[in-house]
Design a protein around this ligand. Sequence first.
Ligand code: FAD
Ligand code: FES
Length: 276
Amino acid sequence: MKRRSSNRKNNIYLPIKGRIESIVPLTEDVNFYRIRSEKPLSYGVGQFFMVSVWGYGEVPISVCSLPEKPEILELSIRKVGFVTNAIHRLKEGDELWFRGPYGRAFPMELSINRDVILIAGGIGLAPLRAAIHWLIKHRKKVRHISLLYGAKTPSQLLYREEFTQWEKEGIKVVLTVDSPEDGWTANIGVVTTLWHHIDVDFKRAVAYICGPPVMINASMLDLYRFGMPLSNIITTLEAHMKCGVGKCGHCYASEKYICTDGPVFSYEEIKRYRLL
Ligand SMILES: Cc1cc2nc3c(=O)[nH]c(=O)nc-3n(C[C@H](O)[C@H](O)[C@H](O)COP(=O)(O)OP(=O)(O)OC[C@H]3O[C@@H](n4cnc5c(N)ncnc54)[C@H](O)[C@@H]3O)c2cc1C
Ligand code: FES
């Protein structure tokens, strides 16, 4: 019996039980989940958890909160397929399981005494929401903060209710969409058309990027051309993951395990595989 309990303790795949405290729809297909964990948690900005529903499977999901309350985890989940649809069928009070945190966090301390640019596309704003909370917490130590955020349509922008508060905290929020809807007065086009909206010392600034690969590539290349040091251009990379802990090889790409070497990388680290 003793041996069995020690095996259970060392099993890295055993998930922690959480209970969904609240579900808030953010868009037609993205819900915001506030989860109470049965154990206290500690995690960094940009890390992810393997989130599971019994009988369906596990998916990697970035944490979009700071661990200020160690028993609370906030996740924003878009329903795209088998597991995420199962998560979306859960109700408040239901169990949701997770293991982690996994992966490298954003090096947020790079922001100290620098201008910061956050560049996000679609669901990519989820991990950057945690970065925004970190920057607000350390506001006095950070110079200008700008968020350039794009989505396909205005109704697909995440966290719309939080933009006003972020602006009050001194964050310049610049929005763009591919296709406007009635009443849309902000920008139309890709996020890399928004640079003229921000007043930044690119040579000293730091950028945190999360979104579709095409947006990441175009943003990194522009920032490089503007003179931002490659080590200050920080991005997350997408991958299909199974284990999340460097064992299965599913996420292996270009000599890196995205789950353990990443998902956060500097342009310096990945430039030989990207556009430069
Ligand atoms: C580190 C990391 C963090 C992530 N954070 C979030 C998050 O905060 N919120 C969120 O909604 N999603 C996030 N994702 C994406 C999420 O993990 C996938 O949407 C999910 O795994 C899809 O599983 P499924 O069973 O619902 O879909 P499936 O039935 O497996 O697939 C449905 C469709 O989604 C595609 N797909 C599946 N997995 C991925 C993936 N990892 N990347 C891109 N496309 C995929 C499939 O190719 C298919 O077209 C993250 C992914 C990674 C790697
Ligand atoms: S997901 Fe298994 S090695 Fe990365």
